[in-house]
Write a protein that binds this ligand. Structure first.
Ligand code: DGJ
Length: 758
């Protein structure tokens, strides 16, 4: 029986509870109502310190007018959005109790700021607000957490609890934040296998821009970060409000502009039919929605990076140079060949060696054996010991590939437990890469897979797991419950398994790989330490993929390899110089059959590894800079040390311009008064098309001293060095320097070093 109350809603902020959080040039002002969830009055640039009066005026100033031919009250946007005020866009909670209780409105029962109960006016720096709300009539409670981190990132999540005696079916719970009318353009990412994270722009028009991920993994085509910004926003300029859903299963990102003039951006998990049935007392918690305000895309990216770098578990910049054997040997696991590869790698300065797919069960190609996680007797009669021992004797760490969520139908596991395969009806889903998905949410299945992984980790000294996931989840149901959708459970169980492994093996690093870069999100990054950006290692493609993956993740988390000259995925051929100059801006690895490399190539490669090792604190620890429009066919990006004393920039030519090089390139984010020595770094050898501009100075007569004289490979003789020149930061930013002439698909790095006394 419905008992409607027709009283006026509490719209006026009379003695309101207002909380103002401020951190890193960002403010968020929340208006906490008695009879509804909070309203975000302001989220954007720092407002400076406020008083209760000023905050109350702002809360009043944000109340919209009553629309024409609209409801007779102002439409307030709450977090999550409710429908009571007449918002006819996408609501926050979508669910019902057999058709009822589908428009819950929560009265506030508690407000805590950093753990302490509060009311009235509050102002703080970074902090966490937890609001509890109750809809007694609908039998629902909500706990909303809104946290402004010290890096100025705003993250929120909501937990819904069913307090009634019968089930509540939840079909969706998304969070969204208001953005101003000046945000007229949208930018997010798309892509596919081998071409992950391609930027796409569109106008922020009336209606909804909805990016749904229904792949049961993040997806190579994921929106990743959805930005709404002022016209023409770029890397350096423009006001930007953006969101990222930190979840590795089905998910949404959206931007909505309604006829009432309201604009929001939001996201959350995408729930499949019937996935969340809340029994009495049960709860569902959303993933974190990360909201990031900045001026220019670089400032948005850096805020994500600062947040990630502040986590206690974050890796340091000492990322070991990694050899991954996949493109070197694929499934050809010949011990002698692998030992030879390891020896060659160690001589070059490689610090970690990863054995990829093919070491277990009957897995001699990708049609068989997946799921049988015991070392193949046929290929490895003495186990992995001979390889692991040698790798470690050579001073390198050992890493191993797994794909725990998957199974080939042609495997002992699938034959023994066909009921563990995810399926929505009496037939298995369509195959993809000859494989099916294991239902980890079946406890026996979870236990068996976890035990198999732990047994390998117990037997061998393994420092690193490459955790792969090579297909989408299609019709992913639980056979044991009649095919009920189970993607939510699968994603949550993945995180549980990763946690259990890390608990059992503290210090173990895990890479998130999914057919390349199809699992890149802040959910999986809570449990992993690196992502494999893409199966495409072609440096031309990588220039773009690294650029846009770093919109979310800092370079130390991006697996970035130097592969053979001819790309296995595009067929293009590139000089080592370009391959290496591209790869050193991430966590460097080699994925190349070194037995095929010439001595000259090995010498150059060793010089690049030395360069990376001696500069990785900066390459993997600095602030990201990407230039807008540095010239036709050119890309310029770099890293600047936090203290602005050092920087490395790359000038990259990706196509043949119609005009000669120029005009001068204007670098930025340097210290204006500081005098920098700007040195071209011709590591290994000079690009064949190089014509140096005047300011580089005369060509040095002596070849540069080897960076590491102990190297077994001769240093390239033809390497030349140019002294470069000294400029102030403001000269470099306001006037700039002329780029060199290069052939397309070539790059030059510049090192900037603050001069003593400047
Ligand atoms: C896909 C990954 O992205 C590759 O690097 C490799 O590990 C293969 N899977 C192995 O099957």
């Amino acid at each position: 029986m419905l008992t409607a109350s027709f009283g006026m809603p509490d719209r006026q902020p009379d003695s309101p509870t207002l909380i103002h959080l401020r951190a890193d040039d960002v403010s968020v002002l929340l208006h906490l109502h008695d009879t509804r969830m909070p309203e975000i009055v302001h989220w954007g640039r720092d407002l400076g310190p406020l008083t209760a009066d000023l905050a109350a005026s702002l809360a009043l100033a944000a109340i919209p007018l009553i629309g024409e031919n609209s409801v007779d009250e102002p439409v307030l946007l709450t977090l999550p959005i409710d429908q009571r005020d007449g918002y006819t866009g996408r609501p926050g909670v979508v669910g019902s109790r057999q058709g009822n209780d589908w428009s819950p409105v929560f009265s506030t029962t508690s407000i805590r700021l950093d753990g302490a109960e509060v009311e009235g006016w509050q102002e703080s720096g970074a902090g966490e607000i937890v609001v509890l709300g109750r809809d007694a009539e609908a039998g629902l409670e909500m706990s909303l957490t809104v946290e402004l981190t010290p890096s100025g990132l705003l993250r929120s999540r909501a937990e819904l609890t069913n307090t009634a005696e019968n089930d509540y079916q939840l079909d969706g719970l998304t969070l969204a934040l208001p953005v101003p009318a000046s945000a007229t353009e949208l930018l997010d990412l798309g892509g596919r296998w081998g071409r992950e994270r391609v930027p796409q722009r569109t106008a922020f028009n009336q209606g909804i821009h909805l990016r749904e991920g229904r792949k049961g993994r993040t997806g190579a085509d994921a929106a990743t970060v959805l930005h709404a910004g002022t016209p023409g926003f770029g890397f350096a300029d423009g006001e930007i409000w953006s969101v990222h859903t930190g979840w590795s299963g089905n998910h949404v990102h959206y931007a909505e502009s309604t006829f009432t003039g309201l604009r929001v951006i939001g996201g959350g998990e995408l729930l499949l039919p019937g996935e969340i049935q809340l029994g009495p007392g049960q709860s569902y918690c959303t993933p974190w929605l990360f909201a990031n305000y900045g001026r220019g895309l670089d400032s948005v990216a850096r805020r994500f990076h600062r947040y990630l770098r502040s986590r206690p578990q974050h890796v340091d910049t000492d990322r070991p140079v990694t050899l991954n054997v996949w493109e070197a040997v694929y499934f050809d696991h010949d011990l002698d060949r692998l030992l030879d590869l390891a020896e060659r790698a160690a001589k070059l300065g490689v610090e970690r060696c990863v054995l990829d797919d093919g070491w277990f069960g009957s897995r001699r190609d990708d049609t068989r054996g997946l799921g049988d996680w015991t070392v193949s007797q046929q290929v490895w009669p003495d186990g992995l010991h001979p390889l692991v021992d040698r790798v470690r004797d050579l001073g390198m760490q050992f890493g191993l590939w797994f794909e725990p969520e998957m199974v080939n139908p042609d495997s002992d596991l699938a034959r023994e437990h066909p009921e563990w395969i995810m399926s929505a009806r009496g037939q298995w889903p369509v195959l993809s890469r000859h494989q099916q998905v294991l239902n980890l949410s079946i406890p026996e299945c979870y236990d068996a897979i976890l035990a198999a992984i732990l047994a390998i980790l117990d037997e061998y000294p393994i420092s690193y797991l490459k955790w792969d996931h090579n297909r989408d989840l299609i019709e992913a149901g639980n056979q044991l419950t009649g095919g009920a959708a189970a993607v939510h459970a699968q994603t949550a169980t993945l995180y549980r398994m990763l946690r259990a492994i890390k608990r059992a093996h503290p210090g173990l690093e895990i890479e998130s790989c999914s057919s390349g870069g199809a699992r890149v999100d802040l959910g999986v990054l809570d449990h992993t330490d690196r992502v494999w950006v893409s199966d495409c290692i072609d440096p031309l493609e990588r220039q773009s993929m690294m650029r846009w993956t770093s919109q979310l993740l800092p370079p130390e988390l991006l697996g970035s390899h130097i592969a053979s000259g001819r790309s296995h995925t595009t067929g293009r051929t590139h000089d080592l110089n370009f391959r290496a100059a591209t790869a050193v801006f991430g966590h460097l690895g080699i994925e190349w059959d070194l037995a095929d490399a010439s001595d000259r190539a090995l010498a150059e490669l060793s010089a690049w590894i030395d360069f990376y090792r001696s500069h990785r604190d900066l390459l993997l620890g600095g602030d990201l800079v990407r230039l807008d429009n540095p010239g036709e066919g050119a890309m310029v990006h770099g890293v600047v040390a936090g203290d602005r004393q050092r920087a490395i920039f790359a000038y990259v030519l990706t196509s043949n311009p119609a005009a000669d090089p120029g005009p001068a390139i204007r670098l930025r984010d340097l210290s204006p008064q500081t005098r920098y020595l700007v040195e071209p770094m011709l590591v290994g050898s000079a690009p064949s098309g190089l014509v140096a501009p005047r300011w580089w100075g005369g060509r040095a007569v002596d070849a540069p001293a080897p960076i590491n004289p102990a190297h077994p490979y001769p240093q390239p003789q033809e390497a030349v060095c140019y002294p470069g020149a000294v400029f102030t930061g403001s000269q470099l930013t306001e006037a700039g320097v002329m780029p060199p002439r290069l052939h397309p698909d070539q790059a030059v790095l510049f090192r900037l070093t603050a001069q003593p006394g400047s």
